[in-house]
Design a protein around this ligand. Structure first.
Ligand SMILES: *Cc1c(COP(=O)(O)O)cnc(C)c1O
Length: 380
C-alpha cells in the first residue's frame, strides 16, 4: 500500500497557515512572549468584530471561560445549573467544581441540541415548587446553534442566567447572529481539534463590559491595582499568552475559508453516502448556518445491515479516525446521581451516531478513502 493509502486521517486536525507564522514571529521579534500583549488585545478586538459580541476576554481554554462565566453568575454551593446532556464533559465539569449541582436535559431531533419545549415544561414545574435553577448552559453542538431565542426567552421569564457553550460553533449563525452573543455569556474554544485553534485557548464574550473586565481580573490572579501585589479576593491563572493569540489572529482571518471547507466536506459526504439505507445526516435546522465543524450522521442498523460500531471499527482498521457522537452526560459514571430531564433523543444519537473526518484541510483523496471504507462497511 502506498503512503497515501495508508496515512492516518484525523477527525479534525489543526489547519495552520502563513499568517499565523508571521504573527508568532512578530511576538518573538518584539519579545512579547508574556501572557498579555498586543496580539491578545488585537485578537479580542477582531473576535468581537467577527462575532458581533461587544466585549471579549481571551483565556487559556474554553473550560476556563465557562468556569469564569459561572463564577461571574455567582454559581456556587447549593445552586442548580441545567446543562445540555449531549455534550463534551467540559460543559458540566466547572458546575461541579464550583460546588453546584448539574441537572441534565435532552436534545431535540431537528438540531441535536437542547429541547426548548422540555426546558419550558421543567421550568414551569420548578417555578410552581419555588425551586428554580440559577443558570443554564446551552450547548451549540458540532457547528450548529441550538434554538436559542425561545431558550433565552424562558431564561428571562424565569430569571435564569443563560450561558452559551459555543465551543464547537464558531462561524455558525442563528438568524444572522453569532452563537454566544445572545445569552449573558458566551464561551468559545480554540483547542487543537476545533474549527480554529491556538493549540489551546478560549474566549469569554458578553455585552456587559464590567463583567468582562472582572473576568480579566479574575483570570490574572485577581490582582488589585497597586504597585505591589495586593489581593482582596482569589482568582486564577487563565489568560491566553501573546504568542498563542498571534496564532488565533491568523486562524480567525481564515475562519470563513475553513467553514467553506468543512461545509464542502459535508456536501461531498452527503452526495456519496446519502443513498445508503439507514443513513441519516445531522439535520441543518431552519434558523441558521451549520458550519459542519464535524460531519455527523446516524446509522439505523436494521435498515443498514451494519451498525455504527461495525462502520467505525472498519475505519479504525483502515487508519481513519471516526468517533461515536458524544456520550451523554447523564450516562457518564461520574454523573450517575444527577437528575435528567428526558433522555431518549440523546441516548439514541449516542447509540447510532458517528462523526466522520471533517478537517478543513481534508483532501479529496482522503475524503474518498473515508467514503470507500464507509460504503464497504455497508457492502455497497
Ligand atoms: C472543546 C469543548 C469545550 C472545552 O473547550 P477547551 O478549550 O478544550 O477547554 C467545552 N464545551 C464543548 C462543547 C467543547 O466541545
Amino acid at each position: 500500500m502506498s503512503d497515501e493509502q495508508n496515512e492516518r486521517i484525523y477527525l479534525s486536525p489543526p489547519d495552520i497557515g502563513d499568517q499565523e507564522r508571521r504573527f508568532v514571529a512578530e511576538a518573538f521579534d518584539t519579545n512579547w512572549i508574556a501572557p498579555l500583549g498586543p496580539h491578545v488585545d488585537a485578537f479580542e478586538r477582531e473576535f468581537c468584530d467577527y462575532t458581533g459580541a461587544p466585549y471579549a476576554a481571551a483565556l487559556s481554554s474554553g473550560t476556563a471561560a465557562l468556569h469564569l462565566a459561572l463564577r461571574l453568575s455567582d454559581v456556587g454551593p447549593g445552586d442548580e445549573v441545567i446543562v445540555s446532556s449531549l455534550t463534551f464533559v467540559a460543559s458540566a465539569a466547572p458546575v461541579v467544581q464550583l460546588g453546584a449541582t448539574p441537572i441534565f436535559i435532552d436534545s431535540e431531533r431537528r438540531s441535536w441540541n437542547l429541547d426548548p419545549a422540555l426546558l419550558e415544561e421543567f421550568l414551569v414545574r420548578r417555578a410552581d415548587e419555588g425551586r428554580l435553577p440559577k443558570a443554564l448552559v446551552a450547548v451549540h453542538l458540532y457547528g450548529q446553534c441550538a434554538d436559542i431565542d425561545p431558550i433565552a426567552e424562558l431564561c428571562r421569564r424565569f430569571d435564569i442566567v443563560l450561558i452559551e457553550d459555543a465551543a464547537e460553533a464558531l462561524g455558525a449563525t442563528y438568524k444572522a447572529r453569532s452563537p454566544g452573543t445572545i445569552g449573558r455569556f458566551g464561551i468559545f474554544s480554540f483547542n487543537g481539534n476545533k474549527i480554529i485553534t491556538t493549540s489551546g485557548g478560549g474566549m469569554l464574550v458578553s455585552n456587559e463590559e464590567e463583567a468582562i473586565e472582572r473576568a480579566r481580573k479574575l483570570a490574572t490572579q485577581a490582582r488589585d491595582p497597586a504597585p505591589h501585589y495586593e489581593h482582596s479576593e482569589l482568582g486564577y491563572n487563565y489568560r491566553l499568552s501573546n504568542v498563542l493569540a498571534g496564532i488565533g489572529r491568523g486562524q480567525l482571518a481564515d475562519l470563513d475559508e475553513k467553514v467553506r471547507a468543512t461545509r464542502h466536506n459535508f456536501e461531498v459526504y452527503q452526495e456519496a453516502l446519502g443513498d445508503l439505507p439507514g443513513v441519516e445526516f445531522m439535520p441543518q435546522a431552519p434558523w441558521g448556518r451549520h458550519t459542519r465543524w464535524l460531519t455527523c450522521l446516524t446509522i439505523d442498523p436494521e435498515a443498514a445491515g451494519v451498525d455504527r460500531e461495525g462502520v467505525r471499527t472498519l475505519m479504525v482498521e483502515r487508519n481513519i479516525e471516526a468517533r461515536p457522537v458524544w456520550k451523554p452526560m447523564h450516562l457518564q459514571p461520574v454523573f450517575a446521581d444527577a437528575q435528567m430531564i428526558g433522555g431518549d433523543v440523546a441516548e439514541d444519537l449516542f447509540a447510532r451516531g458517528l462523526c466522520l473526518p471533517s478537517g478543513s484541510s481534508l483532501t479529496g483523496a482522503q475524503r474518498q478513502r473515508v467514503i470507500d471504507t464507509f460504503r464497504q462497511a455497508f457492502g455497497a
